[in-house]
Write a protein that binds this ligand. Structure first.
Ligand code: WTA
Length: 656
């Protein structure tokens, strides 16, 4: 451990170690060793112990068509059976599965038995509409019991779901429906957030009207806000009506382990989002294993992951992991700042939450809110039920880590800083609470069975203390299987020829500590931004901007932001004259709203600057590094002698 870090190591208490699933660093090392000595044997053992198989597998890892790896390929199972029926068979039927807290504070509890009945009814309804194994179903729902039910119902009948975050626009929704070729869209009339009713069905209608969604046969609408929902006869159906007369039991569809459980679209370095395809068996295994090792889940826990089901975190740590481990979990409809910024803390107190998992952006905004309004400070709430905290989605800065540790965790709860991605399905590099000494800002060590490394451009491992490219050296069960409809893009993006197709390229930079080998993620090395823990491709935003009639050219970069991690800065060349003053401010607003409408509010650039041109090399390549320096307000250190018109740098230096 380097000196600087030495003062900041947090060791788990003897009690935490004693009760943990992985108890002490020796236990962690033993698992790592087991996986090193017999990689397939390790994963096969876990898969046999943790997953219920209808047909046991005899094959473990199949590398014959690398990098299209297969796991447990001749085994058959059903994820919904593993999440619901088997818990009831174990006697947990009357245990609360979901505590749903609505935006207005209304609470609904659903037991495992009740959840199975809901899922079965909806599975039957989907089947009665002709949805079958392998069909794609797009889910565009707010945080709700129905959201979880819809995903589980798809899993039950072997339909492949693709959840689209409720904050995405009509265009983004259309593109995802179109790419997936979905037969059914499940949405709601609207959603409540922060005391306001927001429309969803009208956006879905707009998406379908854009064209390209002709594969959709039915739109199923959950009634939530009572807002405007005009129906297309024959196509649109109310959720409560389609489930009304359905039986409360339904036979699970037993699918092959490699059957695609879901697609989830995420941003990459081109304008087109990628449909990340996940498997059934390997994915479920890692969801369960990480619940056990990382969250150290126990029968009496009340688990709360604050993510949205529209993101991968909500898939693995709301819909699948907690239910597959028979846990009680919170599902929250609202936002952390309504009715005030004490909402999270009040909910932890009210529901006696024991494990709390959230994003650094939320923590940073709540620190700020508590500074502004002392009544919203966590110290006003009884948070003694908590025993473990987690962080996900972006690097957590040590100051936020320490605040979280002291003020939320009462200096008693370990924080698991979990590094992973949509593509990885579950945690990849993370502390295990009873085993790993913590260093704020570091996601510490690879999960047992995950072989991560930091390499240079040739794929050679770099010495500890030296930054490089984060890779995974061996395929793992919950990894992405392909990009839906574009296997070549999958291969190129994740198993590039630079590494002879042998290493999984995460897309992040990392550095390992000289002494401990602990990993610290240094941020994306591609054109992907991370704004408030949400992934955004710069090219996607650029495409949206140039689709505006006034825009000739646009380049988008990120700049560090204290609150959101990164902020979006757009450099824009308009077709007409370069605007200044109030005229410029008006165009900025117009373009921000446009991007909000094209992609969703999360993609709105914070800062838009106008130039008569963009800085380019002689060959016409946009000098992005220079734009990044301009965005940060740094001195330009790059050689700019090739610039045709250096005066544009002055134009682009300042925000409007
Ligand atoms: C970033 C979210 C640092 C990283 C689960 C990654 C993190 C991207 C961490 C994936 C972490 C996620 N520390 N960075 N603990 N967790 N990231 O696909 O850049 O939405 O590549 O998955 O978020 O984002 P995604």
């Amino acid at each position: 451990m380097s000196n600087e870090q030495q003062t900041r190591v947090y060791h788990p208490s003897a009690e935490v170690v004693k009760n943990a699933a992985v108890s002490g660093i020796d236990a962690y090392n033993a698992l790592v060793k087991e996986a090193e000595q017999d990689y397939e044997g390790y994963w096969a053992r876990q898969a046999r112990e943790l997953v219920d198989w209808k047909v046991p597998f005899t094959q473990v890892l199949d590398e014959s068509n690398a990098p299209f790896f297969k796991w447990f390929a001749d085994g058959k199972l059903n994820v919904s059976y593993n999440c619901l029926d088997r818990n009831i068979e174990k006697g947990l039927g009357d245990k609360v599965a979901i505590i749903f807290e609505a935006d207005d504070g209304h609470i609904t509890r659903v037991t495992y038995k009740e959840l199975l009945a809901k899922v079965s009814k909806f599975a039957n309804a989907l089947r009665s509409l002709g949805v079958k194994k392998g069909d794609r179903v797009v889910i565009y729902l707010p945080m709700s019991i129905e959201g979880v039910v819809a995903m589980q119902a798809c899993a039950r009948i072997g339909a492949t779901h693709s959840v689209v975050f409720g904050g995405f626009s009509a265009h983004a929704l259309r593109d995802r429906i179109n790419d997936a070729g979905a037969v059914t869209l499940i949405t709601a009339d609207g959603q409540f957030r922060g005391g306001k009713a927001l429309p969803l069905k009208p956006i879905a209608d707009e998406a379908l009207a854009l064209g390209g969604c002709e594969t959709i046969r039915n739109v199923i609408v959950v009634k939530r806000t009572g807002g405007d929902a005009s129906f297309v006869a024959g196509r649109d159906l109310w959720y409560h009506e389609v489930v009304a007369n359905q039986p409360e039991t339904s036979e699970p569809e037993w699918v092959e382990a490699e059957h695609p459980l879901f697609l989830l679209y995420t941003s990459g370095s081109t304008g087109k989002p990628k449909g990340v395809q996940h498997s059934t068996g390997g994915y479920l295994l890692h969801a369960i294993l990480t619940m056990q090792y990382t969250f150290d889940i126990k029968p009496d826990d009340v688990f709360w992951c604050t993510a949205d089901i529209g993101w991968v975190t909500g898939h693995t740590y709301i819909t699948y992991g907690p239910l597959a481990t028979g846990s009680t979990e919170i599902v929250f409809e609202g936002v952390p700042t309504y009715p005030d910024a004490g909402r999270f803390w009040k909910m932890i107190q009210d529901h006696k939450v024991t494990v709390f998992y959230t994003a650094p952006t939320a923590i940073r905004s709540l620190i700020k809110a508590a500074d502004a309004n002392p009544a919203a400070h966590p110290k006003n709430y009884d948070l003694t039920s908590l025993r473990l905290l987690g962080s996900v989605g972006e690097p957590i800065n040590p100051a936020a880590w320490e605040w979280y540790y002291e003020n939320v965790g009462g200096s008693r709860c370990p924080i698991v800083d979990t590094f992973w991605q949509t593509e990885t399905g579950g945690h990849m590099i993370t502390p295990l609470p009873g085993a790993t000494p913590l260093v704020p800002g570091s996601c510490t060590l690879p999960f047992p069975g995950i072989q991560a490394a930091v390499v240079d451009e040739t794929g050679t491992e770099v010495p500890n203390g030296q930054g490089g490219i984060l890779v995974v050296q061996r395929p793992w069960p919950s990894m992405i299987r392909t990009i839906w409809g574009d296997p070549e893009r999958f291969r190129k993006s994740y198993y590039p020829d630079d590494f002879k197709g042998k290493l999984y390229l995460a897309g992040d930079g990392a550095i390992r500590d000289k002494d401990t080998g602990y990993f610290t993620i240094t941020g994306r090395i591609d054109d992907v931004l991370n704004v408030s823990g949400h992934r955004m491709g710069t090219m996607e935003i650029e495409s949206a901007l140039v689709a505006h009639e006034k825009v000739a050219e646009a380049a988008v970069v990120g700049r560090p932001d204290d609150l959101t991690g990164e902020a979006i800065v757009a450099f824009v060349v308009l077709k007409g004259a370069r605007p200044t003053g109030e005229a410029a401010a008006a165009v900025v607003k117009e373009l921000q709203n446009w991007v909000g409408h094209e992609i969703g509010p999360i993609a709105k650039p914070k800062d838009i600057r106008f130039g008569e041109n963009l800085p380019k090399t002689r060959s016409g390549k946009i000098m992005r590094r220079l734009l990044r320096q301009l965005a940060k307000g740094e001195e330009i250190t790059q050689d700019t002698s090739t610039l045709e018109n250096p005066a544009i740098l002055d134009q682009l230096k300042h925000s409007v």
